[in-house]
Write a protein of this length. Structure first.
Length: 266
């Protein structure tokens, strides 16, 4: 299926690895020009080169901009750099690394404040800066990467459970407010996917329980109806679809990419 993304411009955040990188790769493979950001310049440049090679046949342009999404000035610079190069912005994929894993009582005010800055205020600032450019284009797509924890909280991830849910509430509200501008707003909620983050969480659980990473991962996979973890590429494909004109009547929703892990009806 041609997703008709050739000529579109996208910004994908935290895209030096994992789900962000896979999302950028999927968009570029469909012909969209993509700006990617991350804090570490070395891994960011390597990811940009890899995405560029994979999407060379489409003519997509790949731009790497170093940025820390917890800093307002970096977000402003990131948006300015993206729109200067591409002449506008059609697609925004917000994404951040997950916060620390810990029980509620072990978290300090500083833990909460830093997580709010990176996970919630980053989305607020990115969207606020992107909307004027999308309005100039006559529409756009905002896709916020959240987590299955917004539907089924995950033990030991109180920061993520709380702040991903806040992003979901923000997204649903924005979908109503921005629909008149033909700006569609959705969330994509990854389940357990084969990324560095999932390994990090398995290690944290193993340390708390006195077991091994492999034992934790086997237990997790046993709870997934498909019997395995997802791949970043499977996640990226859903992001590319939602970013495309093929998803022109989808807004205000959360799409789970979780192999059936979440048991709720909605």
């Amino acid at each position: 299926m041609d997703l008709r993304l050739t000529g579109k411009s996208a910004l994908v955040c935290a895209a030096s690895k994992g789900l962000g990188k896979a999302s950028a790769m999927a968009l570029a493979a469909e012909g969209a020009s993509v700006a990617i950001c991350a804090r570490d310049a070395r891994t960011l440049d390597a990811a940009a080169a890899e995405i560029g090679r994979a999407a060379a046949a489409t003519g997509a342009r790949i731009v790497a901009i170093q940025a820390d999404l917890s800093k307002a000035a970096d977000i402003e610079r990131l948006l300015a750099g993206t729109t200067d190069v591409f002449g506008g912005l059609d697609i925004l994929v917000t994404n951040t690394g997950g916060p620390k894993s810990a029980p509620f009582i072990a978290l300090t005010d500083e833990d909460w404040i830093s997580s709010i800055e990176s996970m919630l205020l980053s989305v607020v600032r990115l969207v606020r800066g992107a909307v004027p450019h999308m309005r100039q284009r006559g529409g756009g797509r905002i896709i916020n990467v959240t987590s299955i924890s917004v539907k089924q909280p995950i033990d030991g991830l109180v920061l993520s459970n709380s702040l991903r849910a806040a992003v979901t509430g923000l997204s649903r509200t924005l979908a109503n407010e921005l629909a008149r501008d033909n700006i569609l707003v959705n969330c994509v909620a990854p389940g357990f996917t084969a990324t560095d983050r999932v390994v990090e969480l398995a290690d944290a659980v193993a340390a708390r329980e006195g077991t091994t990473r492999d034992a934790v991962q086997r237990r997790t996979e046993s709870m997934i109806p498909l019997g395995r973890m997802g791949t970043p590429e499977e996640f990226g494909a859903v992001v590319a679809f939602l970013a495309s004109p093929r998803a022109s009547y989808v807004t205000g929703t959360t799409v789970q990419v979780d192999g059936g892990f979440v048991k709720s009806l909605l």
